[in-house]
Design a protein around this ligand. Structure first.
Ligand SMILES: [Zn+2]
Length: 136
């Protein structure tokens, strides 16, 4: 399988840049990012085409600035927020939850109506958490 996601892409943060924070993962966190790419993100991009990454790895400072959960999978490099550009959220959500291994898969919407898909993967102990009623 060709991999065309990059660690850089998964560590980019406008918030970090804005605040002069270096958002650099440890080797273990890079390993988690690679597993996330290999088992979830790349299969999605290969199946559905363009997938935009809006937030991947976040160190503690960055996670705090974006009001991330204190135990967020983003902190360990196990999670990524994505926006499918050539398919619907539901198509990607259904594919991940029906076909792939995953720890979390949520379609989330903020107060401004901006939508993204939060997906997480752990090499051990995936919990398959998802929100089946998101369309309600
Ligand atoms: Zn997220």
């Amino acid at each position: 399988m060709n991999l065309n996601f990059t660690i850089t892409e998964l560590c980019h943060s406008d918030k970090a840049i804005e605040h002069g924070i270096k958002n650099i993962p440890s080797l273990a966190e890079c390993d988690n990012l690679l597993n996330l790419i290999y088992f979830v993100l790349q299969p999605c991009r290969n199946k559905f085409g363009a997938i935009k990454v809006t937030s991947g790895f976040r160190n503690k400072e960055v996670n705090k600035l974006v009001n991330g959960a204190v135990n967020s999978n983003h902190l360990t490099g196990c999670a990524c927020d994505i926006i499918p550009l050539n398919s619907t959220f539901k198509q990607v959500y259904d594919y991940i939850t029906q076909i792939l291994d995953y720890d979390e898969c949520y379609i989330e919407t903020n107060s401004k109506g901006v939508r993204w898909l939060h997906v997480a993967f752990r090499i051990k102990g995936n919990r398959f958490k998802h929100n089946p009623n998101y369309l309600a």
